[in-house]
Design a protein around this ligand. Structure first.
Ligand code: FAD
Ligand code: FES
Length: 336
């Protein structure tokens, strides 16, 4: 069955089937609603159910408390409709924020590049059968063949390139998508099913303040897209990219960023190693930021990587007096 669902504040409605999360039905229609992880962990997609009945499905108590459930709140990325619905996003929506959003869609493509580029990291490039528009910083959900499992990976290419998507994949030991497929059986020429774009991370409009970008591991992927996009469209007066790793074996695309640094005066690249002495910066990547900036007042930041690194980065930036609303983050949470 399909049901009509409506967003009270937008005067917009769509139809949604019994087994489709309500958020997805809006995104497929090109109607933007707040969301981030689409896997029930961040809580950005909370909605109040004003009319009708929903099925919470796998919504966890950590993200949606029993009290919230009782108050009629649901996770848009998990909940499916049982009747027609009227919904209202909990997070404020600004329809005039000047950001162009692209509808979510299913796409297929062929693996054209699969290279080992650092310790336990592969570059995967998928040539799409039809183009997919996205904003720098967004991600796609890739389906593991022969299963119902999907995993999120951020696009690393600039959004001007819509027919070839670049991903940076880190091997998770025992992981279904990475260890079990992308690092084992996947080969050039393989067919891939994915859907996108998803997520709200990114620098989508011009900003007056300089930006600090901090990457841990494959958290570099969305930042590589953002840096290329921001330099091409002159979105920020100055960009400082920090890339953290334990040893040189963890770093990749260093030549690419050094070249970019030579081409663009407003771009600075700072790779940083925590467990190896070398001629570059050493220590934790967040400490390198603390050393370089005595004050971060009036600056903005974009952080991406494992949650502990992102947490440490946010703490460091706040210590340097960066305004919390100027700190944007994407955490690579495990799907488990
Ligand atoms: P999973 O199967 O999900 O395993 C997760 C955990 O469970 C691991 O600790 C694993 O050891 C454990 N586990 C798995 N199977 C078993 C078992 N049988 N017994 C015991 N333990 C087990 N990652 C990237 O590399 N690049 C990106 O650009 C990227 N972008 C992301 C963007 C977003 C918005 C999010 C939320 C995540 C992103 N990730 C990215 C993370 C990625 O989506 C996956 O979570 C990651 O690749 C692990 O997937 P997996 O299927 O290999 O591991
Ligand atoms: Fe729904 Fe994160 S919990 S988008």
């Amino acid at each position: 069955d399909t049901h009509e669902i409506r967003i009270s504040t937008l005067e917009k409605s769509t139809s949604c089937s019994d087994d489709q999360p309500v958020l997805e039905s809006f995104l497929r229609e090109g109607i933007w609603l707040p969301h981030s992880c689409t896997q029930g962990t961040c809580g950005t997609c909370k909605m109040k159910v004003l009319e009708g009945e929903i099925d919470h499905r796998d919504s966890s108590e950590y993200t949606l408390t029993p009290e919230e459930r009782d108050a009629g709140i649901a996770l848009g990325c998990q909940a499916t409709p049982r009747s027609s619905l009227v919904l209202e996003p909990v997070e404020q929506l600004d329809p005039d924020d000047g950001v162009v959003r692209h509808p979510l869609k299913d796409v297929t493509g062929t693996v054209v590049t699969l290279d080992d580029i650092a310790r336990d990291i592969r570059r995967l490039v998928v040539e799409l059968d039809e183009p997919m528009n996205f904003n720098a910083g967004q991600y796609a959900e890739i389906k593991v063949p022969g299963t119902d499992v999907t995993r999120q990976y951020s696009m690393a290419n600039p959004p001007s390139q819509t027919d070839r998507l670049e991903f940076h994949i880190k091997r998770t030991p025992g992981g279904i998508a990475t260890d079990g497929w992308m690092f084992r059986e996947m080969q050039r020429g393989d067919r891939v099913e994915l859907k996108g774009p998803l997520g709200d991370f990114g620098m989508n409009t011009p900003q007056e303040e300089p930006a600090i970008l901090i990457a841990g591991g494959t958290g570099l992927a969305p930042l590589k897209s953002i840096v290329q996009h921001a330099l091409a469209d002159e979105l920020a007066p100055q960009l400082y990219l920090y890339q953290g790793g334990r040893t040189r074996q963890d770093l990749y695309d260093t030549e690419f960023f050094h070249r970019l640094e030579q081409q663009h005066e407003q771009f600075t690249y700072r790779p940083c190693l925590s467990e190896q002495e070398w001629d570059g910066a050493t220590g934790m990547v967040t400490d390198a930021v603390l050393e370089d900036f005595t004050s971060c007042k009036g600056l903005s930041a974009y952080l991406c990587g494992p949650p502990p690194m992102v947490e440490a980065g946010v703490k460091a930036l706040k210590r340097r007096r960066m305004a919390p609303r100027k700190i944007f983050r994407e955490e690579f949470l495990d799907a488990s």
